[in-house]
Design a protein around this ligand. Sequence first.
Ligand code: NAD
Length: 468
Amino acid sequence: MNPKLLINGELVAGAGQRDIINPATEKVITASPVADGRQLETAVAAARAAQPSWALLGMAERGELLQRFAAAVAEQGDEIARLLTLEVGRPIALSHFEVQLVLKGCAFYSAQRLDPEVLVDDDNTTVAVHRVPLGVVAAILPWNAPLYLAINKLAPALMAGNTLILKPAPTTPLATLKLGEIASGIFPPGVINILADDNDLGPALVRHPDIDKIAFTGSSATGKKILAAAAPDLKRVTLELSGNDAAIVLGDVNVEAIAPALVFGAFFNSGQICAVIKRLYVHESVHDGLCAAMAAALAQAVSGDGLDPDTHYGPIQNSEQYEKVKDFLEEARVTGRILCGGKVPDRPGYFVEPTLVTGLTDGHRLVDEEPFGPILPIIRFRDIDDAVNRANRSPYGLGASVWSSDRALAERIGQRLEAGTVWINQHCAIDPGIPFPTSKQSGIGVEAGRAGLLEYTNLKVFNINKHG
Ligand code: NAD
């Protein structure tokens, strides 16, 4: 393993290095290169210089290169999945799933086209709306799903004719740098640049006058700073931020049937996904039965090293987040009732058992805030209007779900939920081809899907006098 930055088509060492820790063992996987301000300047200048000819290439040619890139990623899929598991800590099957999402994202976006839309074409005038690239995009990523969140930016940004600087999270650069190694043999120099950092280059990218758009995924707190820092230049931004997704379970469900799907929807990636279930509102008539069924489903769960194929749940990705999750756990122990899990295993690695907590309600920190770890509060409700109001009380609005055997009723309830995505009888079903909109303080703009491509364009109107 010899990770390198990608700057202006060249794989280069960093100005510095940072040890990357395997969260399942707390041992160093390898040292990652980290870029300094000078390397950032070189990367931005290269992206700027490459952009006009990249945009002139046309979408069909750009799509072909994206497909070649995907084919090369597929060839090295096993190695990329292994790197993801080593640095993120998650089960290897989930890492393979993430690689598949990368391939799906490339396939979806490489087939997209942005043909001009003719609004008027009469004897005197032709008016057509074109979609043009923004210029240079800086994509700034978190640590929980490095490649899925990278491809949802890289593929549409490039297809729309932009060039890119990609900055992975400081604790999870390895799989992303591997993509850079693959990209270096396929894309023209400067089109993709990948800069790993020591958690210090984000603000410099956001402020940089030669960057036209910031595509950010991460916490709402950082998103607000980015929005403020982008304001002086009126840079375009897409912000995919924190969530506190509510799921509402009606009294007509079959608890045994839905318990595994709810466990998956809450504990996927050990709860470290923006849009997993973080508050579970359950009708009082099925509350106890559902709690028992979910606890039974979790009793089979195996936590461990993600490279072991028997592992269901990996550790928390980094020590800082581990401390935050343990804090939430301690509070749950004091203010609620731990139904299952609740322990911090005495072993190396940032492990916290998947935990169900009852006896809490809105106003408790575990219900109001996002733990971003494997702890789920289950809240009893009697009246559906009350449950909807409580679900909407959050400042966040990423996803929500309704669970019922009456689909029409579930959809009517879903219409009242303030969220970018409402799932019915499932949660966190994501796909690069399906838009993932934000609402409230969960962000600005849309990632994924056709709408995600349009976010990397400006409208440009051609209004032509035919008699001029
Ligand atoms: P974070 O906001 O701390 O960091 C994310 C990235 O921003 C990192 O690359 C970091 O180096 C960079 N950064 C930090 N400060 C910056 C600044 N001032 N300017 C520019 N860049 C800066 O987030 P995290 O802890 O890595 O990720 C966890 C959070 O991400 C959770 O809140 C989660 O809900 C959210 N998230 C959201 C989505 C979504 O699609 N909405 C997806 C995944 C994670």
